[in-house]
Write a protein that binds this ligand. Sequence first.
Ligand code: ADP
Length: 518
Amino acid sequence: MLTAIQVRFGTVIFGRMKQRITLMLVLMSACTLSLLAFQFYWSYQGFLSASKTFKTDINQALQAAVDKEMEHRQDEIAERYKGWLADTNLFAIDCHIDTTSGLTVFTVMEKQPSVNDKVEFSLGFQGYHPEGGRMTPNVKKYFIDRLVSTEIRKNLQRGDTFYYTQLLGELMNEAMQNSKLDLARLQQYYVAELAARDISANFQLQHAKGQLTASKDFPFATRTLQFGFRMPFDEVFATFPDPNKTLMLRMKWVLLSSLLLIAVTIFCFAYTVRTMLRQKKLSELKNDFVNNMTHELRTPVATISIAAEAIQEFNLSKNSSQEYLSIIRQQSGRLSHLIDGILKNLALEQEQLELHPCVLRLQDLTAQALWQHRPQLELAGAVVSYAPPAVPILVKVDELHLLNVLSNLIENALKYSQGTLRLELSCREEGGQAILVLKDNGIGIPATMQDKVFEKFFRVPTGNMHNTKGYGLGLSYAKMIVERHGGNIRLNSTAQQGTTFILSFPTCQHESVKSTVA
Ligand code: ADP
């Protein structure tokens, strides 16, 4: 009855827990997925905005490069213009100061004028008075530089040809006609302008005079720019065959931090799910353990009470009484074994298990554990070999817990034996470590499960072949106790051949030894 109620109670609790865990998992999955979706969305938005900025940058850079190219060509014509004016074969330049206006008036005259042409022009400059109002080479240079850097520059920028004289107009017109785009130079300007905007992507300049293929026919291109002094204008645009690399490089910190965030989120999610599932499995196993225990405890308690009642109530013969008493002894032995299991479980639960270490000889401790199991070993017909070394190996350990550990290992050797059990024990000292080895010729532990046997409640599944009783607590308890002593436990095992457990502890030297009863 008690068991039935408990199982039902357990089932209800687990049902609810399962529901809660499932709900949590669903919520966490939804949150993680939304977070990931947001991350991807923002990264994509970032990519779009970087791509927009990139397009603006490459367009501005091309405009700046074209402006520089045009400036260069204007400079060239301006220099030539200065040359024409300075050429005394072509022009004579004179000056005088106009008394009414106070301006310095310069007159430029063609030397070989053709008939009916405009052959001269005059220009007054304010704020400049050459010494004596006479023409000297310096005054001429001043006039030419000022004329070119103001009026002629403006004309060049507008692409106008101003006929100050017929010859000057014709020369200027011809120079503009002949001024050609230097594509290599434009390319250099463009590279420099792109570099100033932190862009090093490969590009190609597409150039034609009129009827250029539309830039929109290319996946990534600037808009088309038209420029020049005379029709048909030059048309230029730049295409970028692999802009994604540049965009990725520009966004590398955003993308890297995004990826890191995604990785951390996935890791945290996976870790939490794993912990939750482990906790759930552990609670289930614990529930099984409690259910089994309750069930197992009932039988010996009931048997003992019936046997005691029989002895008390009935007038039994001596033989029958002895029989009942041996039943009581047997069942109380079983009870103590079960209680031992519960205690081990409690010990594993307790984070702060208190140890009472004292200095002992490892040889004595091993002998005592063997002595405690002598009846069972003899009953099983086990062949035990143990030849302790003569030099004492001193260890500082909690005697009770360490004896429990050795008992577990010997009991396991008995439980998981096949045929005649051969149990070999040995101990030795090695580099400040006390080593204790227990070797049996039992059923062994499959390689895939050798790490797991140290986990709480884990038992190697054996189907129906070996119906040995146990709770999967002995080895986890052994590991916990050995590690609490600053030591470690490991095993070597081959299925169907046997298992060797190797325990090591730090040795201790200078304290008085407590003698153990063996
Ligand atoms: P149990 O109460 O099941 O014996 P343990 O923690 O002591 O729990 O052992 C865990 C599992 O490891 C056992 O169920 C058994 O399958 C395996 N095992 C332990 N010792 C041995 C051994 N000497 N030989 C073979 N298998 C063993």
